[in-house]
Design a protein around this ligand. Structure first.
Ligand SMILES: Cc1cc2nc3c(=O)[nH]c(=O)nc-3n(C[C@H](O)[C@H](O)[C@H](O)COP(=O)(O)OP(=O)(O)OC[C@H]3O[C@@H](n4cnc5c(N)ncnc54)[C@H](O)[C@@H]3O)c2cc1C
Length: 452
């Protein structure tokens, strides 16, 4: 009899697991209460990167003169909105069609565990109970909204209200300067909003190297973004058409809109975890082992719910790994996901991308590192592009030459980092990058040059 596999949540973790398990012969039911493709398609990755691309195109027009062009542009709000929703619909249709073609049963409704092998799904006005041999919990996360911020989706926004936004704000106050906060700051300032960024520490992107954060801060200041540093917001209120943010030290800032970018919380409270004996962490995440198994071995957890790196790419990889484990395709030697080798990008302008060991942390821990850095200002393609900002940096083991990590800041950094990520994952030596015969003129040449 085919293995009965039930997946709760149709985001990158859930739909990948459903698809891979179905391709190996499982009888799969995918339960999704909103949209197949998940928050990733509906509110996060896809709409954010689509709108950032439009903002970048506008900024490229500003730089056009450097490339011998006379050009100017402005936003067509309705066209931008239509482009984002067309893209969401297209990607969601693609996933749905694939799952259909693989015979995955798609149930539109909310699911919860009612026992170790049972799931109840509320759909079509009733409740259906399904028996399962294996279950994946992949219900994702939602924006964290504190008591002090009365989010109304109109002027007081969470990250999930902003794609597309109700309107392009005249003056946006962004609270939170992690990856999401700086991406929104970049996007709205590129689209023409005045932006004030409330930064709780002394640098944006507090988890990144100061050198990297400084490049972004300089760029923001050059564009007129106001940085309110060392300011911890503790109240946000709406006063008519204005939004006022109050900081703990008494400073206030007022704008036409406020946007909270202060992290996310897992969607675990209505999952019936106790009914199946599944343990959650104090934060509400459902942790798993290296196969993503929870404390109940046939119940798995993946994606944002698992409390690992909250990235779509990681969720997808976990989903694949779960499906393979459920179908018995793994052995003890099965390649485990190496979360510390996940490439990460910040989609600002310039982009920031990194992979592997973090330089400051490694030095603080007493590690020996060879650090080599090449600016794009010496790269022919960067000059041709009219955008020589940023650098490529490579971190390697001085004894063996093995590439341990890298940072790229500049145009297309999110793509360029892939070269370093492949090297890090496969323990390639810096010399292997140097020996590759690369295209000229190309930005990748700077990555290879940093390897010499
Ligand atoms: C603004 C923003 C931008 C981002 N940009 C990027 C990016 O560029 N690159 C990147 O890698 N990551 C990005 N992320 C992170 C990424 O969106 C998440 O890591 C990813 O969506 C997690 O996937 P998931 O499968 O865990 O969950 P989700 O995509 O959240 O999907 C979970 C699904 O489960 C459904 N669900 C919840 N409860 C139930 C239930 N009880 N029954 C049935 N269905 C249920 C939900 O409706 C949802 O569709 C971004 C996040 C944010 C907030």
């Amino acid at each position: 009899m085919a293995k009965r596999f039930v997946v709760l949540g149709g985001g990158p973790a859930g739909n990948t697991a459903a698809s891979v398990a179905a391709s190996h012969g499982a009888e799969v039911t995918l339960v999704e209460r909103e949209v197949v493709g998940g928050a990733a398609h509906l509110r996060d990755c896809v709409p954010s990167k689509a709108m950032i691309a439009t903002g970048n195109a506008l900024r490229d027009l500003d730089r056009a003169a450097a490339r011998g062009l006379r050009a100017a542009g402005s936003i067509d709000d309705a066209a931008l909105r239509a482009r984002v929703s067309d893209m969401q619909a297209r990607l969601t249709d693609d996933v749905t069609r694939l799952l259909d073609s693989q015979g995955v049963r798609l149930l539109r409704g909310a699911g919860r565990l009612t026992g170790p092998h049972r799931v109840a799904v509320t759909h079509g006005g009733g409740t259906e109970e399904i028996e399962a041999d294996a279950i994946l919990l992949a219900t994702g996360s939602r924006a964290r909204i504190p008591d002090w911020a009365p989010v109304d989706g109109e002027r007081v926004l969470s990250t999930r209200d902003a794609y597309p936004p109700p309107e392009i704000p005249e003056h946006l106050v962004v609270v939170g300067s992690g990856v999401t906060g700086v991406e929104f700051t970049h996007m709205f300032s590129a689209l023409g909003s005045r932006v004030t960024l409330v930064v709780s520490r002394q640098q944006v992107l507090p988890s990144k190297d100061a050198e990297v954060a400084a490049v972004l801060e300089d760029e923001f200041l050059r564009r007129g973004v106001e940085l309110l540093k060392g300011a911890r917001a503790h109240a946000m209120r709406r006063e008519g058409d204005r939004v006022v943010v109050v900081c703990e030290d008494g400073r206030t800032v007022e704008g036409s809109h406020g946007l909270l970018c202060i992290g996310s919380v897992p969607n675990s409270e209505d999952l019936g975890l106790a009914a199946a004996g599944v343990e959650a962490s104090p934060s509400g995440h459902v942790p798993g082992n290296r196969h993503c198994q929870t404390n109940v071995p046939h119940i798995y957890s993946a994606g944002d719910l698992s409390g690992r790196l909250p990235l779509s790419s990681v969720a997808t990889a976990q989903g694949r790994s779960v499906a393979e484990h459920v179908m018995g395709l793994t052995t003890v030697e099965h390649r485990h996901l190496e979360y510390d080798k996940a490439a990460q990008a910040v989609f600002t302008d310039p982009e920031i991308a990194e992979v592997g060991v973090a330089e400051a942390e490694a030095f603080a821990a007493g590690a020996k590192l060879r650090v080599t850095k090449v600016p794009f200002s010496a790269n022919a393609r960067a000059l041709i592009n009219g955008d020589p900002r940023g650098f490529a940096k490579l971190l390697s083991d001085p004894a063996t030459g093995v590439v341990l990590g890298g940072v790229v800041v500049g145009r297309n950094a999110s793509e360029l980092i892939s070269v370093v990520a492949v090297a890090v994952s496969n323990r390639l030596r810096a010399a292997d990058l140097v020996d590759a015969l690369l295209v000229h003129p190309a930005l990748t040449e700077s990555v290879a040059e940093a390897a010499t």
